[in-house]
Each structure stands twice: as C-alpha cells, then as structure tokens.
Ligand binder design. Structure first.
Ligand SMILES: Nc1nc2c(ncn2[C@@H]2O[C@H](COP(=O)(O)OP(=O)(O)OP(=O)(O)O)[C@@H](O)[C@H]2O)c(=O)[nH]1
Ligand SMILES: [Mg+2]
Length: 614
C-alpha cells in the first residue's frame, strides 16, 4: 500500500462533524452549536478497529455539491478530488443530525448518489431521544442503500461500530453510477420527506404535530394555496380592521385643524399651519393603523417560523426566473423598505444574482406606498364584498401581486440579458415552530410605528413645507387660480404636458416631484394642493377623498395606482443602489427601466379604463 487510505466527514452545517472528528482522531477542532463553524478542511489520523491507520478529513458543512459560498467550495473540491495533488477520499462518512433528519437527508442523497463507498453516521441520537423521537437505523440503511451507524459524538457512543463500517466500506471499490444520481433538488427534498417518514418509529405528540403541520404547509399544492389565502386575510385586515381607527384619527386631525382656524386670524400663517402642515402631514399620519396591522402580520409570521416556510415555497418560483432562494430574504425586507432590502443582498454570493436582486427590489411594494394605495382605493373602489372578501382588500392585494409578478418578469428578462448566469437552488434550516412572544411583538410594532411617525414629522413635513411655499407664491391676482399662479403650478403645468397621454392631471404632476423624497409625500402633497386650491369656502377641503372624487376620473385613479407599482419613487433607493454597486451605471439603469415601465403601464391602464367606459 503506497499511501494511507482516506476518509472524509461530510454533511450539513451543525451536524456534529467536527465533534466526531475530534472523537475519532483525538484532535481538538473547534466545535460550536451554530452552522458554519468549520470553514477550512482539516486532516488527522484515525486508527481503525483492525489496527490500520487512515487519514480522516473534517470538512466545512455544506447544503449541496453545487457550491455557493467559498467554504462550500472547499467541501465540493475535496469530495470530488478536484484539488491538485490531493486524491479524492476513498470513503465518505456522511454525518446526519438525527433530530433534523429530513433536512439533512437532502444533501446526504446527493453525496450517496456519487456512488463512492459511503457510511452514514446517524449522529445526535441522544438529542432525538430527548425529543421523544425513536428512529429505525435499519430502515434508513435500506432506504439509502449504505450502512447507517447511530452515534453520539460528544459521548463517544458508536465510534467502534463506525470504524468497522469504514474499514468494510473501504474494501468495496465504488464509482458505480447510483440510481439516485438523476434526482434534482426538488425531487431529493420529496424523497427526503418520504425516507424520514419511513424511518421515524415514534415521536412525541408535539414533534408529530409540527411535522404534520409541515406536511400541510409545505405541500406542493396545499402550501401555496394556504399562503395565498393567508395573504388575502392580511390585506383584508389592513382595510377592515383599520377603518374605525383611521376614521377616529381623521376626525381628530379635523378637530385640530378647526381649532386652529377658530383660534387664529385668517392669513398666510394660519393657512400655512392648516394647509401646509396639518392637511399634508395629517393625511399621512392617519395611515398609522394600516402600517401597524401590516407589520403585526409580518412580525407574527416571522416569529412563528412560517416565513422561512414561505421562502421554501417560493424557492421553486425564484429558481424559475433565474434567482436563487437567497434573494428571498432581501426581497422580503423590501416590503418594509427597499433600502434595507438592497443592503441585505450582501449575503448573496453570486454577483449577478445580487445585482438582479438589487434591480428588482424597488418593485416589492414598500410600506411607504401603502398610504398612497389606500387613499386612492378608499376614494374610488366601492367598499362591497366579493364573495367572502371585500373589494378594497382585493384591489390592494392585487397591487402587491402586480409588483411581485412585475419583479419576476423583470428578473427573468435581466437574467437572460444584462445579468446572464445560471440559477442556484438553496436549502435553509427550517426553524422550529414557536408561539410569538408578546414582548418582542410589542417592541417590533412600536419600532415600526415610530419609524413611520418620525418620517411624517421630518422628511414628509419638510418637503410639504417647501411645497406649500411654492404653491402660495407668487400670490394669485383676483379671479386667478392660486395653484396656476404659483411657482409649483408653473412647473406642474409644464410636466403635465408629458403626463397627459397617460391620463395624469396637473395635480398629479405636482405630487410626483416632491414624492421622490418619500412616497407618502404623494398623499400629503395632494392634500395640501387641494387645501390651497379650495381656499376657505370649501368645507370638504380637508377631506382628501372627497377632493379626489371631485377632480379625478376613475381611469386616472387606476393609472395613478399602476404608476406607483413601478415608478422609482424615492431618492434613498437610488442612493443606496449607487453605494452598493459602486457607480452610477446601475442606479441609472434602474431609474430608466422603472420610469419606462411606470409610464407604459399607467398609460395602458388609463386607456383600457377609458375604453371600458370608466
Ligand atoms: N448532544 C449532542 N451534541 C452533539 C453531538 N455531536 C455534536 N454535538 C454538538 O453539536 C454542536 C455542533 O457540532 P460541530 O461538531 O461543531 O458541528 P459541525 O458539523 O462540525 O458544524 P460545522 O463546522 O458548522 O459544519 C456542538 O455544540 C457539539 O457539541 C451529539 O451526538 N450529541
Ligand atoms: Mg465543524
């Protein structure tokens, strides 16, 4: 024998590979209870029960052989023998976490399918037992077609048996193509589920309940239907539950404004406070209940562990448009705001994957768009039921879906042109189901509400003050419309020429420029514009929906919604894109394509609505 034979420990992160390595070789590799501890390979000498020494390698944890990060790359190269001057291991020892069997079996199948001599260490049996989980190693061995040895690395249980199995496997020459080699990732996941089902002899009621829940929630058909139904409920609640609270807030803002009117003499200062500050900022602040309800659902879904399952369900769709599942979390955060979403793309290893994700992040409906959608829907969409759901909630849901579908189509096109490249699937650790903790939930909601109010009190207020000044100067002559006479009116009238073909009027043109600072400003600036235009006579001046109904057609309102689904309506997003892509090329591209989409879709919406007689 010219050289020692080699064995390597492979498996998912946190399976106990390094603990096993230390127990088998007497080394002191770092181990810790979180994934990704080992990032480089490490060799050591192990004496088999028959007295022969072999070289054992501890590898970084990995989710698959199509490596996506540098540490996974190490594992792949060692297993496949792609490192120069280093022969491939003669025996692969797959380490599984017994209490997390289904997940770990996905990668295990891929390794076994290589057809090399393989042994499975069913590790952490003690933890499985503690959880009331009883497994049948024999059944697992039959299902996988390789020997399975139960082990407890940290108590040195099963080590001799494992050594014997390695010695035996070493004798069998491998490299025969394996029947499982043809399975793709999705098929291996289904197989993993079936195998785990067959191996589990008994489990505690709780464990069983959780895995039954996964049977339903992750089911290829029931899962997505449930997710869709859940989203319906969320958007329904955003309207139905918020309505009374919002009415209360609106009434309060109205009272406040009346009080100021009663207490102050008529004049510019009074107008500034009622029209510039109260009408504008008030029009945004009344959406606090909607924001809180939306984030209530998002936080609960995250805390219970359902969000990770939603990511799992979406993975297939993401792969279909050439994105990896790693894009899911950044895109999900973009529903709050695209800025943290774009920063979260740093966790995406593939640069083209990352760029694509950055470019489509603004299409996810950020929470700043919620007031804009809600104000238009409340004014133009009748509040009547469609089956069990309300029409208003349905339209809101439709707008979110429109943004998502838009993003997927754009991703598909980008991945075939500007950011060409291959897609990669992903597997993530499924967190255990848990009830949300009230304290965390309360804190999260408080933070979200505070962010919203602070925006209203700072950037939205400032932009609105500037807008009010531009709307009031120069002052109109007798018989002239104040808005037409003002600086803002002049600018808006110029812009309106370009926007007329898509059904936008002067007031919309006026709202679009300041809302580049923050999308909610579209609402506050419309409110201020109508308050200024109406003067003191009109008693409905401070009811934005009444003003919208008076000045806009339904076709215009729908076109405005379509515009907001796509338009790059915020400077911070452009700024963060510039920073994350190191230059103006991609933010420029983003601006151009989003404006083009917004213009085209608003136009299509407007003319379709006109053709339908709206
Ligand atoms: N109870 C119990 N704990 C174990 C067992 N094997 C490992 N552990 C613990 O599980 C944790 C993870 O073990 P590691 O050996 O670091 O896992 P790894 O597979 O090397 O993880 P990466 O290096 O991240 O891929 C550590 O806290 C170990 O102490 C076992 O059989 N039973
Ligand atoms: Mg390790």
């Amino acid at each position: 024998m010219s050289r020692w034979h080699k064995a390597a420990l492979v498996g998912n992160p946190n399976a106990g590979k390094s603990a096993l390595f230390n127990a088998l070789t007497g080394a002191r590799q770092k181990i810790a209870n979180y994934p990704g501890v080992t990032v480089e390979r490490r060799g050591g000498r192990m004496i088999l029960p028959n007295g022969a020494p072999i070289e054992l390698t501890d590898l970084p944890g990995s989710y698959g052989l199509t490596a996506t990060s540098p540490d996974e790359e190490v594992t792949r190269k060692v297993i496949l023998g792609e490192l120069a001057g280093e022969p491939a291991p003669d025996v692969l020892v797959v380490v599984l976490d017994a209490s997390n069997l289904e997940q770990h079996l996905v990668f295990a199948q891929e390794v076994i399918a290589l057809g090399k001599p393989t042994v499975v260490a069913l590790n952490m049996i003690d933890l499985a037992e503690r959880d009331g989980l009883v497994l049948d190693p024999k059944a697992l061995s039959n299902a996988l077609g390789v020997p399975v040895i139960p082990t407890v690395a940290v108590r040195r249980r099963g080590l001799t048996e494992l050594g014997e199995a390695i010695a035996q496997a070493e004798g069998h020459a491998g490299d025969a193509p394996h029947p499982r080699a043809r399975l793709d990732l999705a098929e291996r996941r289904m197989e993993a589920h079936a195998i785990a089902d067959g191996v589990i002899i008994s489990e505690s009621a709780k464990h069983r309940l959780h895995s039954r829940m996964d049977d339903v929630l992750l089911h290829p058909w029931i899962g997505p239907v449930f997710l869709l139904g859940l989203l319906f409920v969320v958007f329904q609640a955003v309207f139905a539950w918020a309505a009374p609270l919002q009415d209360g807030l609106e009434g309060f803002v109205g009272l406040l404004s009346d009080a100021v009117k009663g207490a102050m003499a008529p004049g510019l200062l009074r107008d500034f406070i009622t029209d510039g500050v109260m009408a504008g900022v008030g029009a945004v602040v009344v959406f606090l209940p909607q924001i809180i309800i939306l984030f209530f659902f998002i936080l609960v879904l995250e805390a219970t562990g359902y969000m990770a399952r939603a990511a799992f369900l979406m993975d297939r769709m993401m792969a279909g448009v050439g994105l990896s599942g790693r894009s899911f979390i950044p895109l999900l955060s973009s529903f709050a705001c695209a800025v943290p979403g774009i920063m979260a793309t740093r966790s995406i290893t593939d640069p083209k994957d990352r760029l694509t994700t950055i470019l489509i992040a603004p299409l996810m409906t950020c929470s700043a768009r919620l007031p804009v959608y809600a104000v238009i829907i409340a004014a133009f969409i009748p509040n009547r039921p469609v089956g069990v759901v309300g029409l208003q909630g349905l339209v809101l849901f439709g707008l979110y879906v429109f943004g998502i579908v838009g993003a997927m189509v754009v991703a598909l096109i980008l991945r075939r042109s500007v950011t060409k490249g291959a897609a990669s699937g992903f597997i993530m650790e499924m967190p255990k189901y848990q009830l949300p903790r009230l304290r965390d939930l309360g804190l999260g909601l408080f933070q979200r509400g505070w962010i919203f109010l602070r925006r209203a009190g700072t950037i939205i207020l400032q932009v609105n003050i500037v807008l009010w000044l531009l709307l009031n100067f120069p002052q109109a002559q007798k018989g002239q419309d104040q808005v037409d006479a003002s600086f803002a009116g002049h600018i808006a009238n110029g812009l309106a020429v370009a926007l007329k073909p898509i059904g936008f009027n002067r007031d919309i043109a006026l709202a679009l420029i300041p809302s580049m600072m923050a999308r909610e400003v579209a609402v506050s600036s419309l409110a201020t514009t109508y308050a200024v235009a109406a003067g003191d006579e009109d008693t409905t001046a401070h009811q934005l929906s009444a003003q919208l109904q008076k000045h806009w057609s339904l076709a215009t309102a729908l076109a405005f919604l379509a515009w907001f689904v796509f338009a790059p309506q915020c400077i911070s997003t452009i700024a963060v894109t510039r920073r994350e892509t190191n230059g103006w090329k991609w933010p420029g591209f983003m601006l151009a394509y989003l404006f083009a989409l917004a213009y085209v879709f608003a136009g299509i919406t407007y003319w379709s609505a006109v053709a339908l007689g709206f």
